[in-house]
Design a protein around this ligand. Structure first.
Ligand SMILES: Nc1ncnc2c1ncn2[C@@H]1O[C@H](COP(=O)(O)OP(=O)(O)OP(=O)(O)O)[C@@H](O)[C@H]1O
Length: 264
């Protein structure tokens, strides 16, 4: 079980620009839960993922990843338990290093890294096997610099790196938004396959409601720093985009909510 309890975070505290980005947010995640997260701009989705990853100290609340209370852990220490993929394909891999060097770094996640980027022969065979699963031919390009890869190839590689050592929690922040629809679809298929085959617990932020409905077993909606909708199982399977729009306008107490409010 993974638990975020009473998470509260304000930015620019005490200033006229103070923003209460997260208000007493509680979320309990069962092992294997794949949760999609939607909400309009500024609702608090990314802040929530950043809070879990330890990007800043919380104003209140606690975070438990299995047996570990990680609330006081710095970001680098939490990275030993958390895999992350961002929107920008450039953030997940090191451009100056080769594919195999990037994978070697990913394999050392959570361990003390040496200065060298050496790759062991046994690891190389493992990397080839894993890369072949992507179906992109990268297994024959181990010594290619990742700076030469396309955005989609880099994002697929980042997915592999984030899960090479099984994370207790996988955080995906609009990780296909910067890709063209076909490449984004490929990375999403890969995401679903990895999450299912490794029985991972995952949180995925998306602005695409169709994606939010079709992927995962649970869907939550953020609004003004709070979780205002939490739908799982059968109810989620039967969900339609129109249902979500209706729920969204009911929750906001506003009529005529368009998908733009959620999609943009
Ligand atoms: N580092 C920061 N400093 C100041 N304010 C911030 C910071 N990060 C987020 N915020 C503010 O917190 C609120 C929530 O932002 P957040 O990025 O979490 O929203 P979001 O739901 O991810 O939105 P979007 O879909 O537009 O990315 C916003 O008002 C935002 O301006």
């Amino acid at each position: 079980m993974i638990s975020m309890t009473g998470i509260t975070k304000a930015f620019h505290k005490g200033d006229v620009n103070e923003v209460l980005a997260l208000r007493d947010v509680t979320l309990h995640i069962k092992d294997g839960d794949f949760i999609t997260i939607i909400g309009s701009n500024g609702a608090g989705k990314s802040t929530f993922l950043n809070a879990v990853a330890g990007s800043f100290p919380l104003d209140a609340g606690s975070i438990r990843l299995g047996d570990d209370d990680v609330t006081g852990w710095p970001e680098y220490r939490r990275a030993s338990l958390i895999g992350r993929v961002f929107q920008d394909p450039l953030l997940g891999t090191c451009s100056g290093a080769t594919i195999e060097q990037n994978l070697a770094m990913a394999l050392k996640r959570g361990q003390r890294r040496g200065l060298g980027l050496g790759v062991k022969a046994a690891d190389r065979a493992f990397f080839r096997e894993k890369l072949a699963m992507l179906g992109l031919g990268l297994e024959d390009r181990l010594k290619t610099s990742t700076g030469l890869l396309s955005g989609g190839q880099r994002q697929a590689l980042t997915m592999l790196m984030a899960t090479l050592v099984r994370p207790r929690l996988l955080l995906l922040d609009e990780h296909t938004a910067a890709l063209d629809p076909k490449t984004g679809g490929m990375v999403l298929d890969l995401t679903a396959e990895i999450v299912q085959s490794q029985h991972l617990s995952a949180l995925m932020v998306t602005h695409n409601m169709a994606q939010a409905i079709s992927l995962g077993n649970r869907l939550i909606m953020f609004h003004r720093g709070e979780i205002v909708l939490d739908i799982a199982g059968e109810e989620k399977r039967n969900l339609k985009v129109e249902d979500l729009l209706r729920r969204f306008s009911e929750l906001r107490g506003e009529a005529g909510v368009s998908d733009r409010m959620l999609l943009c």
